[in-house]
Design a protein around this ligand. Structure first.
Ligand SMILES: C[S@@+](CC[C@H](N)C(=O)[O-])C[C@H]1O[C@@H](n2cnc3c(N)ncnc32)[C@H](O)[C@@H]1O
Length: 576
């Protein structure tokens, strides 16, 4: 317990966890930071953060204003804060207010022990002589009840240890359950525990039975996962994206995480402001275009109405039309190219017959030439991923997959498909060099080939996420009833041979559900140079039944190379 006073001589009581400090030293985590929150008897709150950095010899203290300004700028960029007037001082004030509110609302005692808990991020506190505190440094959470009674150490790598000290008073059961409930909340908050950790319930009951015995260290659950990565994006996305493998020994996939598309070589993608005409931007707008009474020019692409609702979800009507386009293909016209870039890329001397391309609806977002702010409701995809996501090894033979760690409503933006922008010809050459990769990661950008007349080679584009990509490269295929829908989004250029392919939820998706997308594969097309994978989507509408029987005879791995997503052929209508 520490004491300090302010300039008016008020004393603050501040609780530190000695146990945690010892552990920190043991782990050599000398650069760890520590936050303390303390309250005085006059309900004043003091936050202090000790940051241990390497010592500098000529240290000159900067002004508080300049530091706050720099932090605010950094936060706005790093965490994509779109709230105008964001202020660090206000944030710190909010933290103090929350602390006081928590003190006054949760001091109801149970079995004589205060249930006051400050969940998460490096906070220790004392609101009453008997408190529970929660600390998190580098994702090690320490739960303390009265500091001495029970310390639960939750390790984020899927191991949960609960250490029980030697004297356990009777009647702590409800508190255990309360802790477990909170641990589950931490799961949902992105600490990466799989849903099956619900079996903690059973184990905590076992722990309850230890109450009357003298216990030492009790390992409640120890499940070493073969692989866990805290953030595959290495800080490039607003929230870290974890990766976990509890199924087999397959290590983390090797690829470079990129947050935005990069052009490989020949692709013609030019973002020229001069090409954006007045009809294609809203230079007279300001603030949020969605709140103006008359939709601006940027809504023109979607029939004079914005595709997004305030809050960022895609409007039901628009979303449904995109979903039905994929599901009921026969209802929609396919465009057949005169000189199909796909076929042309295979062999220039041959003129292959076009297999047809879906003519897709585009969303157009506001961009640089528009007068609105970055917080405008018509800028969703360009603001990047905000959902809590996790890459995980699927149990069903599909390799790695992607899931959400939080419930997502229908129409929510998940991520865009990011990769190297390559021409069809470049992709074809890559495919030919490819010697038996298990999974493939290319997507055709053919949503608007119908309006482009004959595309030049450098204009017929694909995204290849094999070596450079984002989290979307892990989204597996599901026939017909996938929970994501891919929508083409125009951001930088009105040239629709280049666009962003963005994934939105096609229905409400629950936390821990795998996110899937219908790649649009025709499993019956045996003319493709690379065979489609055997589909394990598990959907009752799976289109691969026939194909599974026909490919049974494939003998070598090479035979089983698949054409993943690089396919744009008519889909069979599912048989219900
Ligand atoms: C874009 S990647 C998806 C991530 C991939 N599962 C991985 O481990 O990296 C596409 C590849 O995943 C596999 N895949 C995706 N959906 C599948 C499904 N429904 N059944 C079987 N394999 C699937 C195929 O090998 C496909 O080429």
């Amino acid at each position: 317990m520490g004491k300090s006073s302010n300039s008016e001589g008020n004393h603050f009581e501040c609780m530190n966890s000695e146990q945690f400090k010892a552990e920190e030293e043991e782990n050599g985590a000398l650069n760890a930071s520590k936050i303390d929150i303390a309250s005085s008897s006059r309900s004043e709150v003091k936050i202090s953060l000790t940051y241990k950095s390497s010592l500098r010899s000529h240290f000159q203290a900067p002004s508080l204003e300049s530091v706050l300004k720099q932090v605010e700028e950094k936060c706005v960029k790093l965490y994509r804060i779109t709230q105008p007037g964001f202020s660090m001082l206000k944030l710190m004030k909010d933290m103090c207010e929350c602390f006081l509110a928590a003190c006054s609302t949760s001091t109801d005692t149970e079995q004589g022990i205060s249930k006051t808990v400050t969940p998460g991020l490096g906070i220790s506190k004392e609101c009453s002589p008997q408190a529970i505190s929660v600390e998190d440094i580098d994702h090690q959470l320490t739960f303390c009840i009265n500091s001495t009674i029970l310390n639960g150490v939750v390790n984020y790598r899927n191991r949960i240890l609960i250490e029980v000290a030697s004297q356990i008073p009777k009647g702590l059961g409800p508190i255990h359950m309360d802790l477990i409930r909170r641990m589950r909340n931490f799961n949902v908050d992105g600490y990466g525990f799989p849903e099956k950790d619900k079996k903690i319930d059973r184990e905590i009951t076992e722990l309850d039975s230890l109450e009357s015995s003298s216990a030492g260290m009790v390992i409640v659950q120890k499940q070493q996962s073969s692989h866990y990565v805290e953030d595959i994006t290495k800080g490039q996305e607003a929230y870290g994206i974890t990766l976990i493998n509890e199924i087999n020994e397959e290590p983390q996939p090797t690829f470079y995480y990129i947050q935005q598309n990069v052009i490989y070589q020949n692709a013609y993608v030019k973002f020229l402001l001069a090409r954006i005409s007045d009809d294609n931007c809203c230079s007279n707008c300001f603030g949020d275009c969605l709140s103006s009474e008359i939709p601006c020019a940027c809504a023109g692409e979607t029939g004079g109405e914005f595709a997004y609702m305030p809050g960022g979800l895609v409007k039901e009507k628009y979303l449904e039309s995109c979903i039905s386009m994929k599901r009921d293909l026969q209802q929609h016209n396919l465009f057949y190219c005169r000189d199909c870039p796909l076929e042309r890329s295979k062999d220039k001397s041959l003129s292959g017959t076009c297999k047809g391309h879906l003519v897709r609806k585009f969303i157009k977002e506001c961009w640089y030439k528009c007068g609105c702010s970055m917080a405008c409701g018509n800028r969703i995809v360009q603001r990047g991923i905000t959902a809590r996501l996790q890459v995980f090894m699927t149990p069903g033979g599909k390799g790695w997959g992607l899931r959400t760690l939080e419930d997502m409503p229908k129409g929510a933006f998940i991520c865009e498909y990011v990769g190297e922008v390559v021409t069809n010809t470049e992709l074809y050459e890559r495919n030919m060099r490819n010697t038996g990769e298990k999974h493939t990661y290319p997507v055709l950008l053919d949503a608007d080939w119908s309006s482009e007349g004959v595309l030049k080679d450098e204009e017929a584009l694909c995204l290849d996420a094999t070596s450079y990509g984002n989290v979307a490269r892990f989204i597996n295929h599901r026939c017909s009833d996938a929970n994501l829908v891919g929508i083409p989004v125009e951001v930088e250029t009105p040239d629709h041979h280049y666009y962003h392919l963005a994934f939105f939820t096609a229905r409400k998706v629950n936390a821990f559900e795998e996110l899937t997308w219908d790649y649009g594969i025709d499993f019956d097309d045996h003319s493709h140079p690379v065979k489609a994978f055997k589909c394990h989507c598990g959907s009752k509408f799976c289109r691969d039944q026939k194909s599974m029987r026909m490919t049974k005879g494939a003998k070598t791995f090479q035979d089983n190379r698949d054409h993943g997503l690089a396919i744009n052929l008519p889909i069979l209508v599912p048989t219900k």
